[in-house]
Design a protein around this ligand. Structure first.
Ligand code: PGA
Length: 251
């Protein structure tokens, strides 16, 4: 399967910085990549990134994504962005259940599952994040935690579960420079794949990304693992050269 390299810009960027980053990416992508490439940008910049991608021909294959989406379709939900609004701006993806949203914004498994359902209902592919904290890993509960998080999404989405992208992001590896070893990551990916297989005959087509301090130096070995179908890249997606190196390492 074609791998997916998705940048997660988080709450970073400005009109000027985004333009510089995309211009540099356009130069690097003059030769079309093997992998599918996406950038998940702060909502106010969706229009800018979409317009620049249209202006810079080599960015044509670049897919656009958001970093969150509402669990509601429309209405009195101040501050929320609906999936149909994202669709209006050409979004293909929306990250849901990122650990920073679970941790700092109190998002529960049930809410994350509902966001995934709402995204799918409006033609947005949710990139559903699961992952254990350091305490959970040390307590030996990694598998229980990620299976519980995925089970909620499977329950809410039924056979549509084959339409999601899943991202395994160990919380202790995010932004810390500590990466799961390729073997550690593969072991959890295999657990997630097995859980998907039990839920749908289409489990093989679900991309399972690894995220958490993936960088230019470690991407190739992580991306070589059989159940790692791409990467969700935070810090390294803000540096064009590093992001391009990761893209080039993907199958
Ligand atoms: P990181 O972030 O690559 O900076 O660790 C990944 C993520 O949070 O999606």
């Amino acid at each position: 399967m074609t791998q997916l390299i998705a940048g997660n810009w988080k709450m970073n960027g400005s009109l000027a910085a985004n333009e510089a980053l995309l211009t540099a990416l356009a130069q690097g992508l003059a030769t079309p990549p093997r992998a599918e490439v996406a950038v998940c940008v702060p909502a106010p910049y969706l229009a800018q990134v979409r317009a620049l991608s249209a202006q810079l021909p080599s960015l044509e294959p670049l897919q656009l994504g958001a970093q969150d989406v509402s669990s509601q379709a429309a209405g009195a939900f101040t501050g929320e962005v609906s999936p149909s609004m994202l669709k209006d701006f050409g979004c293909r993806y929306a990250i849901v259940g990122h650990s920073e949203r679970r941790q700092y914004h109190g998002e529960t498994d049930a809410l994350v599952a509902e966001k995934a359902r709402q995204a799918l209902a409006h033609g947005i592919t949710p990139i559903v994040c699961v992952g254990e904290s350091l305490a959970e890993r040390e307590a030996g509960t990694t598998v229980d935690v990620v299976k519980r998080q995925l089970a909620a999404v499977i329950q809410a989405n039924g056979h549509c579960i084959s339409e999601i992208v899943l991202a395994y992001e160990p919380v202790w590896a995010i932004g810390t420079g500590k990466t799961a070893t390729p073997e550690e990551a593969q072991a959890v990916h295999a657990v997630l794949r097995a859980q998907l297989k039990a839920a749908t005959p289409q489990a093989e087509r679900v991309k399972i990304l690894y995220g958490g301090s993936m960088n230019a130096a470690n991407a190739a070995t992580l991306l070589a693992q059989p159940d790692i179908d791409g990467g969700l890249i935070g810090g390294a997606a803000l540096k064009a050269a590093d992001f391009l190196t990761i893209i080039a390492a993907a199958r």
